[in-house]
Write a new protein. Sequence first.
Length: 131
Amino acid sequence: WMELFSIRIQRTFQLVSTAVIGDKQDAVITREETDTYNIIRAVLGEQSEISYTSFKGYLLIWTGHEYWWVCRVSLRPYSKRICFVTENRTGYKWIQLQSIEDIRNYSNEIRTAFGIACKQRKQYQLKHKKS
């Protein structure tokens, strides 16, 4: 009986210790990530269609599909940064943040990036529209 109990505990521990944190399906969203999303949601307004995916190392804010991302926010303890895509999606612009509250200082960049993502998504949908 004791041996069986020990095996069950060991198996349970192995399952917990090998769980992948940050995987899209099993991601655990932190308070800081939730606050970040809420700040960006407030900047864009409730009518803006955005979602997020929590990856290990950063939070991806997107519209319609992950490919049409608005910004990436790195929330590492030693380095907080926000990234925006350039107009033609060939480059990126990373900006260092002191805290997540600094995101509010980049509201114009967030709105512009959201506009770029929406515009490019619509162009793609029109080009690939099924007749």
